[in-house]
Design a protein around this ligand. Sequence first.
Ligand code: EPU
Length: 432
Amino acid sequence: MEVVRIVGGRPLAGAVTVAGAKNASLPMLAATLLTAEPCVLHNVPDLSDVRFMIEILRHHGATVEKLEPGSWRITAEEIQPHTPYDLVRKMRASICLLGALVGRLREAEIAMPGGCVIGPRPIDLHLKGLARLGCTVTHQNGYISVDARNASGTYIFMGGRHGSTVTGTANLLMATVLTPGVTRLDSAACEPEIVDLCRMLVAMGARIEGIGSPVLTITGVEKLGGCTHTVLPDRIEAGTYLLAGAITEGEVTVHGAITEQLGAFLDKLDEVGVEVDVLNPAVIRVRGNLAKCRPVDIITLPHPGFATDLQAQFSALLTLIPGISLITERIYPNRFMHVPELQRMGADIAIEGPTAIVKGGKGLTGAPVMASDLRASAALILAGLAAQGETWVQRIYHLDRGYAQFDKQLAALGADIARLKAEEMPKDYCEE
Ligand code: EPU
């Protein structure tokens, strides 16, 4: 196993270019199963989650060829409908195959995903939507079976307790583009990754109106064809690098992000007192000076609100800002696994229900910490960059699920960061 060692205290300086979005690439890879014709995807990030999704496509019978780094051709001439637990267990996002299999084969059998460390991850809204379409949905022995032979277009309300569902919307889109009749998906997710998935589906011949709005109208077509599509940039990766600049009191320029997709996040950075310059629609520069920063209140919400996937990383910054900041999680009320680890580094944070109360400004000191999930790993590395002394982050395989070469990119910006073997850690820091 590998670990990341960071020696904190160096202001980062320089530029970084963001990769394609993980959370768009995964459903798009699934969407290639909707046609027997080849689909080419460009700007696919080199992440363990993506490599795993490719393995799953092959399991279903698709031929997957790497054309060049970041570009893949997928041809799904004949596919089979069964996704075993072994695959779903390893990557929860493999549930986005459900809609593609239903769309293409009119049947699917997929293992029910469990929850994960950021909280319960139900799929009731996905299944309710399929049932509304007229699919027969059965749940037995840990598997969901869907028979869509009698499905036809209808009105479906997709909202739940926490607002819209991103993967649920992706699944219903993929299920309905080949379903006869007109389907109206109400309270659909408006995340940029969903918008980009719609664009890909339209390029394949799908008929979708209302793209980018919470009401999507899908007119089923008989067949989809192949396409060539470039995945949009990763807004969460962009936000994470901007925070790395801010937390180290450095100057970091991020290239390739779509600024308008980061509205709520950039607004909070500005409110906190970080100097944010949008140099052009795809280039953002931050300059951090913690002495000029002030506490803020953050509430995570569906897009265009503040993204839950940037909450942990922003929390790391708030631990260094004098005063009391409040962070309320409206998407995953338990997504605070990074908090006990930040506390090990000296952060003063209390959790009250879905809210973290951060008493910032007391400084952080390096410590051995444990990453619990993808965004928590990034948050702990950011904290390590700003802490005094050495921080060792363990279980960094979580990081590799969603950030390509994160440690190398940070090193190129001047961070003192290295990926080492677990054996190289001081003995008393080791997990076992
Ligand atoms: N929900 C339900 N019922 C459902 C589906 C969702 O109650 O049937 C609830 C969830 O429990 C949660 C909320 O609705 O409280 C939103 O969940 P959503 O379905 O939107 O999340 P997701 O599609 O499973 C995606 C991203 C997550 C990101 C969330 C929210 C992918 C592969 N994952 O998850 O990304 O946090 O949307 O934006 O797209 C990450 O990248 O670190 C990550 C966790």
